[in-house]
Design a protein around this ligand. Structure first.
Ligand SMILES: Nc1ncnc2c1ncn2[C@@H]1O[C@H](COP(=O)(O)OP(=O)(O)OP(=O)(O)O)[C@@H](O)[C@H]1O
Ligand SMILES: [Mg+2]
Length: 240
């Protein structure tokens, strides 16, 4: 579905990503883990078209058997339109707008008639968002804002949902709820690419994972296997 092929990315003068390659298959949950400053956000922003690779390319096939497009040269809004939606680092909710307005922003590229119905199904998934639909989003707790950010992404009916550190700053119980939701969303056919510093949670959730260190992919494989490798246990799981 998504093939990141040997990309180099600079931010200003800094060479952040070095020949990074990764793949996400239809229906998978893929995690990208790594320490602070490894380049995780940079990788996601490049997939979304907000940053451009200086070399390499990114290919996207929205549905099996459909045409593959090279998205590394395509405008960000067209990438969203093609079904890739990103829940950004820090959630990015518009705090002065209401919860409902935030959700509707997620559907701004859609012209179909299903928006009301999807709003209802988001409310069903996150009843708190319906209760708070008329309130300013800035009044929500961190966990509720995460649900709102997730709901907003889903309003765009993504085929590939990208999340940047959804667990950041949230209490363990709230993180469990969010990760359960992600499992359910994936079971409904949405492919997921998730970036996390919380490697324990990310490896438990995902089918496969990549480890990024100072801008390079140093390990990859099935998440259960990675969780068992000494390097990952030592560096990311706090183990021996
Ligand atoms: N706007 C920017 N201009 C220049 N360098 C930047 C910019 N943003 C990030 N960097 C640098 O790029 C590198 C990777 O940053 P990035 O935000 O992608 O890492 P990350 O893995 O997401 O880290 P974190 O876990 O802190 O979110 C860092 O060295 C950072 O200093
Ligand atoms: Mg980051």
């Amino acid at each position: 579905m998504l093939t990141v092929d040997n990309i180099d990315v600079y931010r200003g003068e800094t060479h952040v990503l070095h020949k990074v390659s990764l793949q996400v298959g239809h229906g998978e949950i893929v995690a990208l883990i790594g320490a602070n400053g490894a380049g995780k956000t940079t990788a996601l922003r490049t997939v979304s078209g907000l940053l451009r690779p200086s070399s390499g390319r990114i290919l996207y096939t929205p549905e099996k058997g459909k045409e593959t497009i090279e998205i590394s040269t395509v405008a960000p809004e067209r990438i969203v339109g093609a079904g890739i939606s990103q829940c950004p680092e820090g959630r990015g909710v518009f705090s002065r707008l209401t919860v409902k307005e935030n959700l509707l922003i997620g559907a701004y590229l859609r012209s179909d008639k299903g928006v009301e119905k999807d709003l209802e199904s988001i409310y069903k998934m996150f009843p708190i968002l319906e209760e708070r639909s008329g309130q300013a989003a800035g009044k929500l707790s961190g966990g509720e804002q995460m649900m709102l950010a997730l709901g907003r992404s889903l309003m765009g009916r993504p085929k590939l949902l990208i999340l940047d550190e959804p667990s950041l700053g949230l209490a363990p119980l709230v993180i469990d709820t969010i990760f359960d939701m992600l499992k359910r969303i994936n079971a409904q056919g949405v492919t997921v690419l998730i970036v996390e510093q919380n490697a324990v949670m990310a490896l438990a959730l995902s089918h496969r994972a990549y480890v990024l260190e100072t801008g390079r992919v140093v390990l990859s494989g099935p998440s259960a296997e990675l969780a068992d490798t000494p390097r990952v246990r030592q560096a990311y799981l706090g183990g021996e």
